[in-house]
Design a protein around this ligand. Structure first.
Ligand code: SF4
Length: 400
């Protein structure tokens, strides 16, 4: 009798949860590399029987969120995106009535560049930040235990997906009362869902680029880390450009179709400069960091793709990882005459007025120089390999 009661319902100090997990509520702080792996976590938890409505993400980052829920919880000087984690955890803890907070320590990332670069690791502050911020919620009393919430912080290596079942089973087995086989199946589902989402986003980006080709319209590429998509981290600079009529694409979801890769990178491969379209060793030797590698690759893409006429680089306050990449990315982008603009040291204090003035200045340059940039970049590529050729023919060429 006692045992079945225990298994039917979790205890508020964190006893096991039964095989029926339909009432379990899990919160995930929407921070750092959760922005590029969130589909995995949704697919994974759903496959374990947790309904989508019970998977709760924290709100977008904001000054209020940090002030209200995170202040005083940080024990070290940190970059802004790590610092924000305290507000996200505190918000979930205080306002969402959760059973579990899942805060993965993401050691490495899934990346389309895997096999072409040295590694696909997260920035060391991403997994380490979890321990640091967690300590802030334990220093006076255990805030998780006080509220009957189990905090689970699995160490995960997306670059070695065969390790994921074990890495997730160990910390979750008692909390969610799961078997290894269940976790193994759920990991598979999560990875499938992440892949589907990635393909869908790349397809959407290709459609945007096709539209630009068809209309000979300039497009802006945002060169940033995935969490700059958070309005509180990236300050919605992309939205400012969209409101001026520019299609905006993010470096994480550029299309990687064979025809496009052949058009943009074929000549470099033939010249022996690179081994494949995803090889960045010609411009970046120490290719260990996944997000950095993708930023560098996207800079190469942008410097070649004709209708991306401007690149906007975003970087957060105290980001040590971005520092060494500023000059290389700028050089890569500008090598083809593409415009390059940087918004650095972004944090909560950046006034929106100053961003708007800067965006208006950039708009002036993009409008003025885009026609020449498109023409010049088109001339550098092989017309017969252009996958958008049909779309970009003038009406007279078509009839002729
Ligand atoms: S890459 Fe930069 S912003 Fe991101 S966690 Fe590392 S130091 Fe912070």
């Amino acid at each position: 009798m006692w045992r079945s009661l225990l298994l039917r319902r979790k205890t508020k100090i964190g006893g096991p949860i039964s095989g029926d997990r339909s009432n379990v509520k899990v919160g995930i702080p929407k921070v750092l590399n959760i922005w590029s792996t969130h589909r995995f976590w949704i697919g994974f938890l759903k496959a374990l029987g947790i309904p989508a409505k019970n998977i709760v993400f924290s709100s977008d980052t904001s000054e209020e969120q940090y002030r209200e829920f995170g202040k005083g919880r940080i024990g070290m000087d940190s970059c802004y995106p790590v610092k924000c984690m305290a507000g996200h955890i505190g918000e979930l803890l205080v306002t969402k009535n959760l059973d579990v907070i899942l805060l993965p320590m993401i050691y490495s990332l899934p990346s389309f560049l895997k096999g072409h670069v040295m590694d696909t690791l997260s920035c060391t502050r991403v997994p380490m930040g979890v321990e640091n911020i967690k300590a802030g919620f334990l220093k006076e009393e255990d805030e998780f235990e006080k509220r009957g919430v189990r905090l689970v912080t699995p160490f995960v290596s997306f670059a070695e997906p065969h390790l994921l079942p074990q890495q997730l089973y160990e910390p979750l087995k008692d909390v969610l009362n799961v078997t290894y086989e269940e976790v193994e199946r759920a990991v598979k589902k999560g990875l499938e869902e992440l892949k589907r989402f990635d393909q869908k986003m790349r397809k959407k980006t290709r459609e945007i680029l096709e539209w630009c080709a068809q209309n000979n319209h300039p497009c802006i590429l945002i060169l940033a880390r995935p969490y700059h998509m958070d309005p509180g981290i990236g300050h919605e600079i992309d939205v400012e450009f969209q409101s001026l009529g520019y299609p905006v694409v993010w470096c994480q979801y550029l299309p990687i179709d064979e025809d496009l890769m052949e058009w943009l990178f074929g000549p470099d491969i033939e010249a022996g400069l690179i081994k494949s379209p995803f090889d960045i060793s010609d411009v970046w030797a120490s290719s260990y960091s996944s997000n950095t590698n993708e930023i560098i690759w996207a800079a190469k893409f942008a410097s070649r793709f004709p209708w991306i006429t401007a690149v906007v680089r975003l970087s957060s306050y105290e980001c040590g990882m971005d520092q060494p990449t500023y000059t290389p990315t700028q050089r890569i982008v500008e090598s083809s005459g593409t415009l390059y603009f940087k918004f650095g040291d972004l944090d909560e204090t950046r006034p929106s007025g100053s961003i708007r003035i800067r965006v208006e200045t950039i708009d002036y340059y993009v409008r003025k120089y885009s026609p020449q940039i498109i023409e010049r970049k088109l001339k550098r590529l092989r017309a017969e390999k252009n996958p958008f050729r049909e779309l970009t023919y003038s009406p007279s060429e078509r009839s002729g």
